[in-house]
Ligand binder design. Sequence first.
Ligand code: URP
Ligand code: ZN
Length: 454
Amino acid sequence: MKYDLVIRGGTVASSIGCFRADVGITHGKIAALADRIDAESAEVLKADGKLVLPGVIDVHTHMEHGSGSDVTVDDFENGSKAAAAGGVTTFMDFVIQKEGRSIAESFALRNASASRKSVIDYSFHIALMDVNEEIIAEIPTAVREISSSFKVFMTYRKLGFMLDDDTLLRVMDTVGNCGGMVIVHAENDAMVEYLTEKHLRENKRAPIYHAESRPNLVEAEAVNRVIQFSTVTGCPVFVFHVSSREAMHHVREARSRGLKIQAETNPHYLLLNSDRYEGPEGQNYIMTPPLRSVRDSEELWLAVRTGVLQLLSTDHCPYHKRHKAGGKTDFTNVSPGIPGIELLLPLIYSEGVRKGRISIERMVQVLSAEPARVFGLQPAKGAISIGADADLVLLDPEEQWTVDPQSLFMSSDYSPFEGLTLTGKVEKTLSRGRVVFSHGEILVEPGTGRYLFR
Ligand code: URP
Ligand code: ZN
């Protein structure tokens, strides 16, 4: 057999174990896995001492996303480059359906930008914000032609993002009936508004009051509610960014009853805590839901290990410090969200695998295999197996480096993980057999990524 490329001498990490193997690639797909592959005329990439991982799939990003007055500072070009530099080979962002626009129009608008700019493959969830009879009627076609996952917000009413309970049930009924899935940002908006107004009235405006206005209960109530809605409608639900142990307990209990509930968390909820809001740059950590306690993080790690949570993503929603500055004296005067996509794999490898919190096999599951399974990308994505796309990462497992926002591809002028020393660095990232990123450089032109219909 003739190969275009052979990856020679690495240790392949799969979701069931690690083994020494060469990887043969033909026409962008994995064509062979063997102890020794005869390269003949193929290009050879040396991977001695390196881990060869399936490309990471980040199912939760917000590139060129406008919420309130600011737009996130990574567009599809820069954001996808940052992704590739961090070993991500597929990302999932959002079609934003709002202001009377149809889903098809909203998709065309968003994809016009992403398709010109992305250096890696990508897909969209459809975020429904202005639901009426026409939108409900359009859902079956959207499932067939664009995407089968629909994002809804149970909060952000003042920004016009939130669906009320009646509309949410209607959407879940329709999406469930056509074989789709609803993804939720679960926070009880009325409780958030009540607590926010109370704190502002009492002149409690420092960043810590962002967390105090969105306590664990706020998330747990909304997660529990959407689980009950799933029971009534039969619609499968995926819960984004589970941050609190109480919300996670609802997910665990629902899953133990066999309900169609799946969920994720993000590295910041595993590795950072609410004491950050009391530091000198507390406003830079404002995201929703907020950072929680050490105990919450510990319980979330356990949930990742034991499969209560299926996967990890970033909720990459990057801003500059200047966009966060207003939050220092008024926690409501800030666009929520933090940068993350480039650090997902490095953080989870260094702080998870190397520190013994999860096995490398579980890391491969939560970063690649499970995102592909949950969001319908198997068998092309998510595993190093014959016939799959050659989306691969070569990771040096021993290289130590310190997070410095200046040397990352992500545009933000800060990182919540700045100064953290990590073990393990992405050396190369391949997308469908092409080297996209190598030793600090992006090697392909914008627009080489493809939209993945699911
Ligand atoms: O603070 C966050 N998470 N911003 C991004 C939008 C969202 O809520 O997912
Ligand atoms: Zn969210």
